[in-house]
Design a protein around this ligand. Structure first.
Ligand code: PEP
Ligand code: MN
Length: 334
């Protein structure tokens, strides 16, 4: 059960009344509101709870995850990054950029490409989780500062991965969206830490994570205080070896049904094969995605990481055009 409380309402009497009904409660205070999440038996008349002093409204939510559930909040969450960049408002968000930030020259070229195609969201990692310790591991905080400065100068918002708790604070002023990578989806300390920042978080699905586990990861961040969340399907590990991962497009309509959070799809990591990234991106739009994030680089063959799944600018520009056409088509479907 979720209770939304009046702003200054004292919590203790409400929690006490719920405890008397057999509910264990957790107080949640976010940038927008004040809640009490109750875990307990379902056979209570919630109208009685709604009448308690200080309770604005009350909802029964049977899912294990509560605050991210659509059973409670039917209105879709919109992530407003400022300067007119919004995600999850019925439009299609497009975010592109290199797997890794490599140099100022590289960033400038990508930004010029994005602006030429009217895209104002750029991805790029400065802390890179690599399977091998000998691979390029990113430019770190220095690189992030440059990324942020150039992005600001160009009116672009940035999405970049945070790998550990200690980085949250040092990265904070230089990111527009924190990305939690697939290897960290269940790093609960990191999720908790991201609950106390007022920056949106994009949470990727774990490499072998279920949809329910992804929702529970989002629940961690929300219950720790941050409502500004997005989910990202990026492929899961299956027995299939013909592609890097198996992009689970089933997850898109299922997530859209289960949660009010925006659902983004990453076809680059999802299939891992450059020539097939556009097809999966377009399919994701028809499946109902709120946004697409993919890897793009001037010369993918020289990229410091993930070149095999990275589009060059010509391919990227074509994909952007086609994404918009398919999105317009989706809008006309019955
Ligand atoms: C990335 O976005 O570059 C990345 C490492 O993604 P994932 O965590 O999905 O593997
Ligand atoms: Mn990558």
């Amino acid at each position: 059960m979720i209770l939304q409380l009046e702003k200054e309402a004292p919590v203790a009497p409400v929690a006490k009344a719920l405890a008397a009904l057999g509910y264990k409660t957790t107080e949640v205070s976010t940038q927008y509101a004040h809640y009490l999440v109750g875990i307990g038996k379902a056979d209570v008349d919630i109208r009685r709870i709604g009448q308690l002093p200080g309770v604005r409204d009350v909802h029964r939510v049977s899912d294990d995850y509560k605050l991210v559930s659509r059973k409670w909040r039917t209105r879709p969450t919109v992530i407003d990054l400022g300067d007119g960049v919004r995600i999850g408002e019925g439009g299609l968000a497009i975010c592109a950029g290199p797997c890794s930030i490599e140099s100022e020259a590289q960033m400038e070229k990508v930004m010029a490409h994005l602006l030429a195609n009217n895209v104002r969201l750029m991805r790029g990692g400065v802390f890179k989780p690599r399977s091998s310790p000998y691979s390029f591991r990113g430019l770190g905080l220095e690189g992030l500062r440059d990324f942020h400065r150039l992005a600001q100068a160009n009116g672009i918002k940035i999405v970049t991965e945070v790998m550990q708790v200690s980085q949250v604070e040092e990265m904070h002023d230089f990111v527009d969206v924190f990305q939690v990578g697939a290897r960290n989806t269940q790093n609960f300390n990191l999720l908790d830490a991201l609950g106390s920042v007022d920056k949106p978080v994009l949470i990727k699905r774990g490499i072998s994570g279920t949809i329910e586990e992804l929702l529970s990861s989002a629940e961690y961040v929300f219950s720790a205080g941050n409502e500004r969340l997005m989910l990202c399907e990026r492929g899961i590990r299956t027995f299939e070896t013909a592609s890097r991962n198996t992009l689970d497009l089933n997850a898109v309509p299922i997530l859209k049904e289960k949660t009010h959070l925006p659902v983004i799809v990453d076809p680059s990591h999802g299939i891992g094969l450059r020539e097939h990234v556009p097809a999966m991106a377009l399919a994701a739009v028809l499946a109902g995605a709120d946004g697409i994030v993919y890897e793009a680089h001037e010369t993918p063959e020289t990229a410091a990481s993930d070149g095999q799944q990275t589009l060059d600018f010509e391919e990227s520009a074509r994909l952007i055009r086609n994404l918009r056409r398919v999105f317009a088509l989706r809008e006309t479907l019955e």
